[in-house]
Design a protein around this ligand. Structure first.
Ligand SMILES: [Zn+2]
Ligand SMILES: [Zn+2]
Length: 150
């Protein structure tokens, strides 16, 4: 049984063809898509599926930790099927979010005031700035800054 099937089972979530399709569409995307983008893609196979259903399905998946919600910068909520340790680069110009890995960052010490009082379920660094493509088209760009991991 794969992880998706297992987690749905553990949480008593019935795997309908639509739910399986929502998960597959997200899983096959490297773009950290929004519900809207997944909905558009699914309309080919499920002409009657509503955006609301897709959105609710994704939020349910996130709640039982099959996937992650990625907080964009004021855009619609985006989703991430990759639950392994990884970090994000967010382009302020084209809204691309891509993954990167750095073993040193996994070792980053966490502030004790947080570890003492809260349960940490994820650790991710989000770098913001301008991606390679956008940088080439920009005369001046702001320096990359760090946003807090969540
Ligand atoms: Zn960009
Ligand atoms: Zn990611």
């Amino acid at each position: 049984m794969d992880r998706f099937t297992q987690l749905c089972k553990n949480h008593g979530l019935k795997i309908t063809p639509q739910r399986a399709a929502v998960y597959a569409a997200l899983k096959n995307s490297k773009e950290h898509p929004s519900a809207d983008q997944i909905h558009k893609q699914l309309l080919h196979s499920f002409p009657n599926i509503s955006l609301d259903t897709v959105n609710r399905t994704l939020i349910t998946f996130a709640r039982i930790q099959i996937i992650d919600v990625v907080e964009g910068q004021g855009d619609p909520r985006r989703f991430d099927p990759n639950r392994e340790d990884h970090h994000h680069f967010y382009c302020l110009s084209c809204n691309t979010i891509f993954d990167f890995h750095d073993p040193d960052l996994e070792q980053l010490p966490l502030p004790e005031e947080i570890t003492r009082t809260c349960t940490i379920t994820g650790k991710r660094l989000c770098l913001t700035g301008y991606c390679e493509d956008c940088r080439q088209h920009k005369q001046k760009h702001q320096p990359i800054n760090f946003c807090k991991p969540y």
